[in-house]
Ligand binder design. Structure first.
Ligand SMILES: NC(=O)c1ccc[n+]([C@@H]2O[C@H](COP(=O)([O-])OP(=O)(O)OC[C@H]3O[C@@H](n4cnc5c(N)ncnc54)[C@H](OP(=O)(O)O)[C@@H]3O)[C@@H](O)[C@H]2O)c1
Length: 313
């Protein structure tokens, strides 16, 4: 009887303490918050603006009056040309391959020369690639390429521009994916790169909190039809066009989330962007036992098909 009473007391004290800590954390974060009503006088750097989310965000921020530094892999390409043509003179196209130290430093020089009075408010680490392959068939070079762009590219850009964002008490935004936490077949290299990216962003958030810099992670599901990410990819897996015919057809909710992360006084730590039907599953997924999450694949008829198709002699 006594033991039950003591356990009850411990649970009670723990719950009240947790609730108090939560309220305190909310109050502190509210006190430190600032937001950007319109973009006039503020600059934002976005990587990977040739196409997809980066391209669309650059246009939206330009409309809102920000000075946009739009990093493009191919500044002479069709994507960069159309972006420049459809934007104001406040948008500047930068040649920016995130795997190149030299191009990142050159981009920084251009940003410093053209910085508006309120400084560099945000950096959006968006540039990325994807691919899918069985781990057994992948070379170390396949892994290195993915990590070089998706992870080291973001670290390289962040290291270069962080002092400017810190001076503005601004925002760092990282484009991750559900595959940072959702274990899936054939996504080994991509998952490694995005999980690493989230570890980096989480550490940065903790370090930057005392400087008033806010760090957000965007976790989109499948938006393959709304961007160029699946171009050139062999989308026929196991006889079914799995990725290209499913998912969101436009990128609106991703652009809205990026915009919220940049302009809101209370940006979220994470923006999980999946359909309403999938939301419950993906929110629950990280807390489920591994045996259960793995069983999703073991029970799927696709799992057997894959074994027969890919590994039969
Ligand atoms: N679409 C989705 O379903 C989805 C889901 C979750 C997460 N994401 C993430 O969202 C981000 C944007 O992807 P997206 O879907 O918008 O695809 P996207 O249309 O292919 O855009 C990616 C951009 O990154 C650029 N890029 C590639 N390598 C680069 C490098 N080394 N340096 C600088 N830029 C480089 C690409 O240039 P090129 O066009 O010239 O190759 C392209 O402009 C990526 O980080 C991706 O992992 C996408």
């Amino acid at each position: 009887m006594n033991t039950i009473f003591v356990i009850g007391q411990i649970i009670g004290i723990a719950s009240v303490s947790a609730a108090l800590l939560f309220v305190l954390a909310k109050l502190v974060s509210r006190r430190c918050s600032s937001h950007v009503q319109d973009g006039y006088g503020y600059a934002v750097l976005i990587t990977g603006c040739d196409s997809g989310f980066g391209h669309q965000l650059a246009r939206v921020l330009d409309d809102k009056g920000f000075v946009v530094f739009a990093g493009c892999l191919a500044p002479e390409g069709a994507g960069a040309h159309s972006l420049a043509k459809r934007s104001s003179c406040n948008l500047k196209i930068l040649k920016l391959d995130v795997t190149s130290d030299k191009e990142v430093q050159q981009a920084k020089t251009t940003v410093l020369r053209n910085l508006p009075d309120k400084g560099l408010w945000a950096v959006v680490n968006n540039a990325g690639i994807t691919d899918w392959a069985e781990i057994e068939w992948s070379s170390i070079e396949d892994f290195k390429r993915m990590i070089d762009i998706n992870l080291f590219g973001s670290i390289r850009v962040t290291s270069a521009f962080l002092p400017l964002v810190r001076a503005a008490k601004g925002r760092m935004v990282f484009m991750s994916s559900i595959f940072a936490f959702f274990t899936c077949l054939n996504m080994g290299a991509y998952s490694v790169s995005k999980r690493g990216l989230e570890a980096f962003a989480d550490c940065l958030r903790v370090e930057m909190a005392s400087f008033g810099v806010k760090v957000s992670i965007i976790q989109p599901g499948n938006f393959g039809q709304a961007t160029n990410i699946l171009k050139m990819k062999t989308v026929w897996i196991f006889g079914r066009n799995l990725m290209a015919n499913s998912g969101f057809k436009d990128a609106d909710i991703v652009i809205d989330a990026m915009l919220h992360a940049i302009t809101s006084s209370r940006p979220k730590y994470r923006y999980l962007l999946v359909s309403t039907v999938d939301m419950f599953f993906f929110q629950l997924f990280p807390f489920l036992p591994t045996a259960l999450t793995d069983a999703v694949f073991l029970l799927s008829p696709m799992y057997g098909t894959r074994k027969a198709l890919l590994y039969s002699k």
